[in-house]
Design a protein around this ligand. Structure first.
Ligand SMILES: *Cc1c(COP(=O)(O)O)cnc(C)c1O
Length: 398
């Protein structure tokens, strides 16, 4: 076939066929290339059949599966030592796919009371529209065992709660859920596989907002799920049907960030402990919430469950001056921006009552221990001494 006209030549030069030449050449790229292609081409229809029937490897259409999504997922699976992983267009997409693939109308699930705001809204209000009931555990409400019903299809918790950084005993929860034959899903966003491995502790599925530490540089919105292959099949089906796979550019950025996950989490954790100790000693600070502090009620569970003596980079603190001081510190502190997210390279401050937990009722806020005098600090990768100085200077202005 000869493409003669200029438009034809422009369209048919340097396209996917180029790849065939490269694949047959003596060289391989050191890093996995970016595949910006919505679709793949085939010499005959039988080749597509073979892929659909899992008799041959290959890609068909990039909403279903894509090389960059599989490459990024394979790094996450390696980090967690899980059989398989999937990447999503956001953490919420990963959570929704996981939950909706496990439940149907008439089912019930049990969740921790203090969850990421979006997840809490999804459980408390959205699932009801699909005929799924949710019970939240907690003092006065009950445990997984006491709340479970014959139609309970999943138990859901977070490795480190936000903003009080409480750490549930995952092994115990997994045992409880396992005895009832109910899968345990754990949001491991705050810990990452470099601090805790929920699957190794007995959870069935771990979900992630890869927007946070996995991405780690505040430049992508992404999500991920890890678990064994059978478990992930239903979640993959949901991802295809609802179109929530992560795009190739974000996948490429995510895969790149993951190379340094362990190094970054070691530094976030070292800095986290140093900053927590400083804040705990400061007269204007009433209380610090960080699982690595001896004063934390979660210290023992965290030390048992977390890896390499790490406790992560997230902490919260209550100011003695309440709301007035919280607002004043946000304004006064230099170099640590107020940013309603977390887990980037730079230290950032957040304010739960106005951001992540703004949909909570006053009663829910009180129960979760969230107050107007409470700030959350995402301790960055800077030199710890500089973060301490920034806080010291800011606190002096109160
Ligand atoms: C941010 C976050 C989410 C939601 O993730 P997105 O990527 O924003 O959709 C879920 N869980 C936790 C713990 C989070 O911090």
């Amino acid at each position: 076939m000869a493409w003669d006209g200029i438009s034809s030549r422009l369209i048919h030069s340097g396209d996917g066929q180029f790849q065939r030449r490269l694949a047959a050449s003596a060289s391989l790229p050191e890093t996995f290339p970016l595949y910006l292609t919505s679709v793949f081409t085939f010499g005959d229809a039988g080749a597509v059949d073979a892929i659909y029937e899992k008799k041959a490897e290959g890609y068909i259409y990039s909403r279903m599966a894509s090389p960059n999504a599989d490459a990024a997922a394979s790094v996450i699976a390696a980090a967690e030592d899980s059989e398989d992983a999937l990447v999503f267009s956001s953490g919420m997409a990963a959570i929704a796919a996981t939950v909706l693939s496990l439940v149907q109308a008439g089912d019930h699930l049990v969740a921790s009371p203090v969850l990421y705001g979006g997840a809490r809204e999804f459980f408390a209000n959205e699932l009801r529209r699909f005929g799924v009931e949710v019970s939240f555990t907690g003092p006065g409400r009950g445990t997984v065992a006491s709340l479970a019903r014959p139609n309970t299809r999943l138990v859901y918790t977070e490795t480190i709660s936000n903003p009080l950084m409480q750490v549930p005993d995952i092994r115990e929860l997994a045992g409880e859920a396992g005895r009832l034959g109910i899968p345990l899903v754990v949001d491991n966003t705050f810990a990452t596989p470099a601090v805790a491995r929920p699957l190794a502790l007995g959870a069935d599925v771990a979900v992630y907002s890869a927007t946070k530490y996995l991405g780690g540089h505040s430049d992508i919105i992404a999500g991920a799920v890890t678990g064994n292959r059978d478990r992930l099949e239903g979640i993959r089906r949901f991802r295809i049907l609802y179109g929530t796979i992560l795009g190739p550019v974000e996948c490429r950025l995510l895969a790149r960030s993951l190379r340094t996950l362990d190094l970054r989490m070691a530094r976030h954790s070292e800095n986290g402990l140093q900053v927590a100790l400083f804040l705990e000693s400061h007269p204007k600070v009433e209380k610090v919430f960080y699982p690595g502090l001896a004063s934390s009620p979660s210290r023992a569970v965290a030390a048992r469950q977390f890896l390499n003596g790490r406790f992560g980079g997230m902490l919260s603190f209550n100011l003695r001056g309440g709301e007035k001081d919280a607002l004043a510190l946000i304004r006064a502190i230099g170099g640590v921006p107020f940013a309603p997210s977390l887990a980037g390279a730079a230290a950032t401050l957040s304010y739960a009552v106005k951001t992540s937990h703004r949909l909570y009722s006053p009663l829910d806020l009180a129960e979760a221990g969230i107050t107007a005098g409470q700030l959350r600090l995402s301790v960055g990768l800077e030199d710890a001494g500089d973060i301490v100085t920034a806080l010291e200077d800011g606190l002096r202005c109160l």
